[in-house]
Design a protein around this ligand. Sequence first.
Ligand SMILES: CC(C)(COP(=O)(O)OP(=O)(O)OC[C@H]1O[C@@H](n2cnc3c(N)ncnc32)[C@H](O)[C@@H]1OP(=O)(O)O)[C@@H](O)C(=O)NCCC(=O)NCCS
Length: 377
Amino acid sequence: MLWFRKENTMNTVGTRTIETERLVLRRYKVEDAEDMYNNWAGDPEVTKFLSWPTHTSAEFTKSLLTKWVSFYEDGKTYNWGITLKGDDHVIGNIAVVERDERTCSYEIGYCLGKKYWGRGIMPEALRAVIRYLFEGESDLNRIYATHDLRNTKSGRVMQKAGMTFDGVLRGSKKNNLGIHDTAYYSVLRTDLATEEDYEKLLLELKPGFFERDYVRNLPDGETPYEQILRLQSFNPKIYDKKLPANVTFGFYDGDIEELRGLVAQVVPHWPQFFTKESRIYCGYVDGKVASFCLLEDGGEHVINGVKCRVGEPGCVGTLPEYRDRGIGLTMIRNVTEIFRQELYDFSYIHYTYEPQWYAKIGYKTVLRWGNRGVVKE
Ligand SMILES: CC(C)(COP(=O)(O)OP(=O)(O)OC[C@H]1O[C@@H](n2cnc3c(N)ncnc32)[C@H](O)[C@@H]1OP(=O)(O)O)[C@@H](O)C(=O)NCCC(=O)NCCS
């Protein structure tokens, strides 16, 4: 079990004590051998789906712990014993078991004594370790965890800790049951961006936004939404409404004044944003404009320490007579896919009152604001 001790040039903080609501995660001591052996390392049921064989004696556990304890000296090892607050006995393990420096990514592995299953202990530990690692290591980009596809309980832990299911690699790992199909879950640094990160992004995209008159004059209690969607793994099939053959989509290259007249029917003050230089994408019915949208380059921004290109669909509308047929959403889906193909990292929806509508294709709300600035949730 030397797996968590790979050479590493990343800016590591090493294993320090982490406290959560109910737990203390701490460094091992050689004296933990009995507890570790009894609680998990010597239990074939706990180790069934793990990559190392069940320990056959507490002596073996002790010799392993002696090595583990010496590894802490390198300052690069992440390996915690899990204890319940107020009781120093170790009940489980959580560690960084694999590192890839090229992608700045860490794999976490964990196990917990059977007696302690079903109490949400591991999700609490995993969440805390994820936070600790991202806060401690500015270079870290991705944390992932894997499980034997048949070990669904472990998948629940990853879900509860806020990780996203990446997929299954068949026959990709080996454990005490043999070679197995493996489920992968991950969390990216940008997944953990905070309200503060998004407020900063909004003010970079729209400088002085909260000083603008139309924001200051918004009625009390009116709180529009800002939304974002990560583009690299966006799948346009997420919204695949079958539309009749007379509905088509494409960039607008017609008369701009004519289009402005149509835009005014949807929102009277929007035509000013539609100019000859604008990139405009439309939905058409029998060749006539039914819906419209601007494609704007929001530029490059740093979101929670990660440099990202942001594309902005803007001034989105469907003419009243063409609504509720899936034309508007199919248009936004197409525009989102265009941004993805143009290698933008995020698509950003500014100032919307239709968060549920955008959510149908995966946009997530990151901020709400009103006439006095960001509304704290
Ligand atoms: C919002 C707007 C663009 C919707 O256009 P649309 O073409 O009627 O929308 P679609 O028909 O494509 O909607 C597709 C789906 O979303 C659903 N939907 C429509 N409005 C919705 C809403 N407000 N919230 C949640 N779902 C909604 C529809 O039921 C439909 O579902 P389905 O395909 O699963 O059956 C249109 O109402 C509009 O132009 N409003 C005024 C301008 C505006 O508010 N623009 C948004 C600015 S950010």
